[in-house]
Design a protein around this ligand. Structure first.
Ligand code: BT5
Length: 321
């Protein structure tokens, strides 16, 4: 049905088609047409809607220019091989497949749309077509398995620096893996590891950035909690520039990390954090407790001082600001 609707608009370029015309041609109700238009909007199509005239197609999902991205990349390993797909369940899954086949560090999978994008703990990641940056980076770091949370923090620093540099918005990091602007989420990071006998084999770092999403590309339930770089900056985001800047930042920090350990990354993370030195709510033994977020330690855990004076470590889960 979605393809048929687009085909009709393509046969009538720049024209309005009313709900009635569309429903007659496609032999379905006007409510069904309205629902499909909403789905198409979430896939990156843009429609102008005018009462009594109907809908006009004014924008299509955009495509990344991979040759242009490659030409601006100055990294040594990260992103030197790019697998670009139009649509996929999750870029994580494909990156795991490449890793299992022996792909080298730095392989990057990018999709215009994910049909089953994932977040942490089984949550979903909304990934409409042509508007965001949905990508997975293969890493083979030379560190013990229990150090991997540090790399989530490193990825957050790299992303935050790249966003601040290229888009000029005040993005900040919420522990451990969210990037926010004015309290709303613009990006999430998901690190998945593969290990054998306690030895780290590889990491797939999944990065989602709501680069060019407009309000209508977010489903209802995300509209109050999420935003995009485009909405916040008022400017379209050059996705190629942002991806290449992120890879550059990541590579520099990754080299620093291998040379000097987590200490310098931790300092950078603290400077960009919006969840430190303030009251937060977090989970302790399944219950929510309130406390003061004091610092992060070398394992990436958040150290929180509760009202009682007790100091606890938070290793995973959600914090509320
Ligand atoms: C994350 O999980 O924030 C990690 C998201 C990682 C997504 C990337 S995209 C490329 C790669 N391939 C994948 O399949 N995944 C990775 P978490 O902290 O669990 O946050 C998930 C929550 O973020 C959801 O429950 C929503 O509240 C919110 N959310 C979902 N989609 C969003 C979006 N597009 N923009 C902003 N917030 C969103």
């Amino acid at each position: 049905m979605n393809e048929q609707i687009i085909a009709l608009f393509e046969q009538h370029p720049d024209q309005f088609l009313s709900g009635e015309q569309l429903s007659e041609k496609l032999n379905c109700s006007r409510t069904a047409i309205w629902k499909h238009i909403e789905i198409l909007r979430q896939q990156g199509y843009m429609f102008e809607a005018v009462p009594r005239r109907g809908y006009r197609l004014i924008g299509r999902p955009e495509k990344l220019d991979i040759p242009s991205l490659k030409s601006m990349l100055a990294t040594k390993t990260l992103g030197r091989t790019i697998h670009y797909v139009d649509e996929i369940d999750s870029t994580q899954t494909l990156a795991h497949q490449f890793a299992e086949q022996g792909a080298e560090e730095g392989h990057l999978v990018i999709a215009e749309r994910q049909t089953a994008g994932r977040g942490r703990m089984g949550r979903r990641w909304h990934s409409p077509k042509g508007k965001g940056i949905w990508m997975s980076l293969l890493l083979r770091p030379r560190v013990p398995l229990h150090f991997t949370p540090q790399l989530t923090l490193l990825a957050a620093v790299a992303l935050c620096r790249a966003i601040r540099q290229t888009v000029k918005v005040e993005a900040g990091i919420k522990w451990p893996n969210d990037l926010l602007i004015d309290g709303k989420k613009i990006s999430g990071i998901l690190l998945e590891t593969s290990a054998e006998d306690e030895r780290l084999r590889y990491i797939v770092a999944g990065i989602g950035i709501t680069a060019n999403l407009e309000p209508e590309h977010f489903p209802e339930e995300l509209r109050d909690v999420a935003t995009s770089l485009r909405i916040e900056s008022g400017q379209p985001v050059d996705r190629e520039v942002l991806i290449s800047s992120f890879l550059q930042q990541f590579e520099e920090l990754y080299e620093l990390y291998h040379e000097q350990g987590f200490a310098p990354i931790r300092l950078l993370w603290e400077a960009l954090s919006v969840s430190l030195h303030r009251r937060i709510r977090c989970q302790k033994g399944g219950e929510y407790v309130e406390g003061y977020a004091e610092s992060i330690d070398d394992s990436g855990a958040l150290s929180v001082v509760l009202h009682s004076g007790e100091r606890i470590k938070v290793y995973s889960g959600e914090v509320e600001l």
